[in-house]
Write a protein that binds this ligand. Sequence first.
Ligand code: TK8
Length: 348
Amino acid sequence: MRVKRLLLLFTIFSLLIGLVGCSTSQSKKEGEEKSKDQAQQIVLKAGIGSSLQNSSHGKGLVKFQEIVEKESNGRIRLQIFPDGQLGNDKSMMEALQMGTLDITIPSTAPIANFTKSFMVFDLPYLFPNEEVADRVLDGPAGQDILKTLEDVGMVGLAYWENGFRNITNSKRPINSIDDLKGLKIRTMQNPIHLETFKAWGANPVPMPFNEVFTALEQKVIDGQENPNTLIYDAGFYEAQKYLTLSRHFYTPFVFMISKKTWDKLSPADQELLKKAAVEAGKYQRQINRELSEKYLEEMKKKGIAVNELSTEEKQKFIEKSRTIYAKFENEIGKDRLKKVLDEIAKVQ
Ligand code: TK8
């Protein structure tokens, strides 16, 4: 009897050891899985100059965030810093070079501070409309230019749309090129934009985006030029009386990631981010075009006087712009300029 009881106790004891051992190895395995998974947790910091609520810039970045977090099952997450909290386009690109910021989406114009290859897109009256712009930017010429960012510590993933730029000012309606004479117009920090407004008779003032509103309010400058969505999002219309639909430049945004960040990612994660940037970009372009019309009507209701340049007057702007193409073709690269102009001619 005593032997039986001892055998029973021994059986129960060895079963308990087995169970504890099993759960330990199970929890150890789960722990390893978890720590491996946590080890792969990626948090990307992204900074832009516009708001999240009103701008297509911000809405596009939120769409990118949704796609990435869904496709990675939450393993890759974004921390978004809008409204120029982390600086302006130029300083945020410098942060990408240093690896202290992972993602930013600047206009092409300030990229000229790092590489000249995007300057072709800053030429006045280059693209006739958004459709041609999309096809050239997403085609061989645009994609080749995107690749040049890797030489300066950034990786370009996709073109998004800032859009066709219009002129606002607080002095007078701009019905002809002569009306620009002497007006202090803020431009982006880009030599082509500066020289173009000089050629049109204005007095251009290069300035980072996040300083423009105060400068308009304090009358340090008379006007600025931006697409409708940005004029509305940044509240510039509140400090301006006139909006002239000149559509003188088409500005792409460039979705870019720090090369230091990019090189640490697996090929699969690189592919995931690239696809998300392209998909979110198509959404952002569409939203931008809808908001451009919507915000134009909103600004008219709020009292800004809107006028379009007549075909004849626009021709004067275009004629004056030809000197700019000649002046900058060497800096842009004659082959690069020819390739873009040939692609435009092909897709028209
Ligand atoms: C926003 C800027 C802005 C640009 C400018 O970060 O600076 O006027 O049009 O969109 O990139």
